[in-house]
Design a binder for this molecule. Structure first.
Ligand SMILES: NC(=O)c1ccc[n+]([C@@H]2O[C@H](COP(=O)([O-])OP(=O)(O)OC[C@H]3O[C@@H](n4cnc5c(N)ncnc54)[C@H](OP(=O)(O)O)[C@@H]3O)[C@@H](O)[C@H]2O)c1
Length: 337
């Protein structure tokens, strides 16, 4: 299946690296779209990463393409419509987070069979009737052969972590309401030093501060668990680490329970181990640099208060694990096509 990648930033770069390294020939990377058409710069940025280190395979460049020995050249475009016209992809993987890019994709000829996978639940995409949210490992059966919609939304790293966790707990201990705080690593939406941005806190230096973000009403969690609509609220605090985030949840549950039974419930889940796990060691964020699970429960964090309030925390590598899920979904689409 031919794939065009839009946006070679943090997530797009990690997706590109996986496409270049994976043995499975199911995904054939045929083009990339960036705001700046600079193959020399992007080959350099693919080869070296300050967080994850050097790529095992050398990416070179020509005046208009990225080149890797043993693979076809990957032309770089600064025009999405032109990239699609010239490469005729089966799948566009959009890691730009750009509303504009999504609008262009939605406006292109609807009769074409190209599918689009987005790294974020952008409103413009959610509104389209032929779009569906895919939390890999949770609702994979909605995307069996012939059921794959034109627009597929991977709803973000935090949803990829919380939805499996809630799904797992809800099976045995019905959650009635809850809240969470996620301590999230920095992203490119934050400035390195103070700089005027879209809001006061978002204008403050990422490396020197804990930066509280707005409350989140958890619309997508309610999409999967309608009974929790309006009953879950959370917020994120950006912390000065380069990778990996940690979410702490407080859930009120219907049936009375204790710490051991919550731990048993989480360790005996049917969710695939490449997506969900429980770690019992007292680890810290740097231990999760290359952990590709969407949700790793910190087994040492579980507490039950008065039989009905569960406190539980989980790790998620918001970049690496999320990029792995983008490629997992792309591979699944390829197998089903
Ligand atoms: N970082 C995370 O932890 C994380 C986790 C899960 C999901 N996501 C989602 O993944 C998406 C990308 O996030 P990111 O952290 O990778 O952001 P990023 O590092 O800023 O990368 C985005 C890249 O896309 C480029 N771009 C922007 N608009 C474009 C357009 N119209 N056409 C082509 N390229 C365009 C940007 O170029 P410029 O820099 O020149 O604007 C940048 O290189 C977002 O939707 C985000 O919500 C991020």
């Amino acid at each position: 299946m031919n794939v065009v990648l839009v946006g070679l930033g943090r997530i797009g770069k990690l997706v590109a690296r996986r496409l270049l390294l994976q043995d499975d020939p199911g995904l054939n990377w045929v083009g990339a779209v960036e705001k700046t058409r600079d193959p020399e710069l992007f080959s350099y940025l693919l080869n070296y990463d300050s967080t994850y280190g050097k790529l095992d395979r050398r990416v070179e460049h020509t005046t208009d393409s990225l080149t890797v020995q043993g693979s076809s050249d990957v032309p770089l475009f600064d025009d999405l419509a032109l990239a699609i016209e010239e490469t005729s992809p089966d799948l566009v993987v959009d890691c730009s987070g750009s509303q504009r890019s999504a609008e262009i994709l939605l406006s292109l000829d609807r009769t074409r069979s190209t599918r689009h996978l987005f790294a974020q639940a952008l409103d413009v995409v959610k509104r389209d009737n032929d779009s569906k949210v895919w939390v890999y490992g949770i609702n994979d059966s909605d995307f069996e052969r012939r059921k794959i919609p034109r627009f597929i939304i991977n709803p973000g790293c935090l949803n990829n972590c919380l939805i499996p966790l809630i799904s797992c707990l809800n099976e045995q201990h019905r959650i009635t309401k809850g809240s969470f705080v996620s301590v999230h690593s920095i992203t490119n939406t934050q400035p390195g030093l103070d700089k005027a941005q879209r809001s006061p806190r978002w204008s403050r230096a990422s490396k020197s501060n804990l930066v509280p973000a707005a409350h989140d009403s958890m619309g997508l969690v309610a999409h999967f668990f309608p009974e929790l609509k309006g009953k879950l609220v959370g917020r994120t605090v950006r912390a000065p680490v380069d990778h990996t985030s940690y979410v702490t949840c407080n859930f009120e549950i219907k049936e009375r329970t204790d710490t051991d039974s919550v731990l048993r419930c989480l360790t005996s889940t049917k969710i695939i181990p490449t997506v969900f796990g429980v770690d019992q060691e007292p680890l810290v964020s740097s231990d999760y640099l290359t952990d590709s699970r969407s949700c790793v429960v910190d087994g040492t964090s579980i507490r039950v208060v008065d039989g009905s309030t569960v406190l539980v925390s989980a790790w998620y590598n918001n970049e690496h694990a999320f990029a792995c899920r983008m490629v997992d979904i792309a591979n699944q689409i390829s197998r089903a096509s």
